[in-house]
Design a binder for this molecule. Structure first.
Ligand code: MG
Length: 165
């Protein structure tokens, strides 16, 4: 067994209309847009880094550098899939993930089921194996006004101990 940990943070910019952010492909209406080189899906980014960590692999910045034109606007599910393929090749299976999303606005609880379902679907896990916790930044200004953040940990089991990092 191996535990992995991933983290992601993105800058946000207030907008009057049509703002949103992506959490595991779920579009959450928000009073801002996310500044990102990719599609800015911070939950997929943190989940991918958690898998990288559990596999002893390099992080997403290594395989999908944000300065390259080839990764501009990339669908972050592709980033996640890169690590899921490696996990499978190594004979590993994902047992569970736990995620914390920190966003000052909007309230995320109404989106809980849809975020949980989409993350579980992307990872091939039952919904009950995806834990979700939503936090604000408690009004702490530099973070609350300018960012959204996400932490994910995961638990991976290797069928063959030789493949364990
Ligand atoms: Mg990111």
């Amino acid at each position: 067994m191996q535990i992995g940990l991933g983290f992601d943070i993105h800058r946000i910019k207030p907008v009057k209309n049509g703002g949103f952010f992506l959490a595991a492909g779920t579009k959450i209406p928000a009073p801002y847009r996310v500044l990102a080189h990719s599609d800015g899906d911070l939950l997929y980014h943190a989940a991918a880094d958690a898998l990288a960590s559990a596999l002893g692999m390099a992080d997403i910045g290594h395989f999908f550098p944000s300065k390259k034109s080839t990764t501009r606007g990339i669908d972050s599910l592709e980033i996640l899939k890169h690590y899921l393929v490696s996990l499978r090749r190594r004979g590993g299976s994902l047992l569970s993930v736990s995620a914390v999303i920190a966003a000052e606005k909007p309230p995320l609880d109404p989106h809980r089921r849809s975020i949980q379902r989409s993350l579980a679907g992307a990872l091939g896990l039952p919904d009950r194996s995806v834990g979700l916790t939503f936090k604000t930044f408690e009004g702490i200004k530099p973070l609350a006004q300018n960012s959204i953040a996400c932490w994910v940990n995961c638990l991976v089991q290797f069928n063959d101990k030789a493949n364990q990092p």
